[in-house]
Design a protein around this ligand. Structure first.
Ligand code: KIV
Length: 253
């Protein structure tokens, strides 16, 4: 798609019914993000998410994805200690979870991890800019604003490409920096809060659907207010039961 100049989307998915909807919509890539932590599991960040939780959600998404490529996040703590631990975790996400590819955040030692993962048959997606697993160091702030940080980000993206990464997510970076990275790489960039010049765009599905309880980041757009629709449906059900309108004869045996 990058070669053809076609912009594409990736969306997060955490469960089977959602995966079937996204697959039917023709979304080419589903990300079982560790954002499952703050969007589904009630954690206040992605940091507490465990490998077992990622396996559970990845397997459900894979069962619902007939054609989309499924990428699974390696959660915090699984690849920071050593490349070998990261490889074990990646193998579990692919073998037990059924993921087609794995994603990890950052560069530096992660570049070597990416190289080894790819050499061992694990397609690898990078993630640069705001890396939420480092929230305790970075906060949720736009990254790459000064020249030095921008140069480092371009170099990190190049290093990930050279290590064999299939794509790089760019989160919360200035649009012009995302353009530079996109032009510098032959692999696709996928932006979130990175402006319009990346090859693809990713959003957290719960932001797009208006389904989360936490504040929506500025870069996300609500395409529908599903939380309001759910509230309405549940209140109507309660009222119909209270009034004796449900169940009707058509719902009874
Ligand atoms: O976990 C996630 O949802 C992500 C996206 C923000 C890219 O990594």
């Amino acid at each position: 798609m990058k070669e053809r100049g076609e912009r594409f989307v990736m969306l997060t998915a955490y469960d089977h019914p959602t995966a079937t909807v996204l697959d039917a919509a023709g979304v080419p890539m589903l990300l079982v993000g560790d954002s499952v932590g703050d969007n589904v599991l009630g954690y206040d960040s992605t940091v507490p998410v465990t490998l077992d939780e990622m396996l559970h959600h990845t397997a459900a998404v894979v069962r619902g994805a007939a054609r989309a490529v499924v990428v699974a996040d390696l959660p915090f703590g699984t690849y920071q200690v050593s490349v070998d631990e990261g490889l074990h975790a990646g193998i579990r996400l692919m073998k037990e979870g059924g993921a087609n590819a794995i994603k990890a955040e950052g560069a530096g030692p992660v570049v070597e991890f990416a190289r080894r993962a790819v050499a061992m048959g694990m397609p690898f997606m990078g993630h640069l800019g705001l890396t939420p697993q480092s929230v305790n160091q970075l906060g949720y702030r736009v990254q790459g604003r000064d020249d030095q940080a921008a140069e480092r980000l371009v170099a990190d993206a190049r290093a990930l490409e050279e290590a064999g990464a299939l794509s790089v997510v760019l989160e919360a970076v200035p649009a012009e920096l995302a353009r530079r990275v996109t032009e510098a790489l032959s692999i696709p960039t996928i932006g979130i809060g990175a402006g319009p010049h990346t090859d693809g765009q990713v959003l957290v599905l719960h932001d797009l659907l208006g389904l989360n309880t936490r504040p929506t980041p500025r870069f996300a757009k609500h395409y529908v207010d599903l939380r309001a629709a759910m509230l309405d449906a549940v209140k109507t059900f309660q009222a119909e039961v209270a009034d004796g309108d449900f169940p009707g004869p058509e719902h009874s045996y």
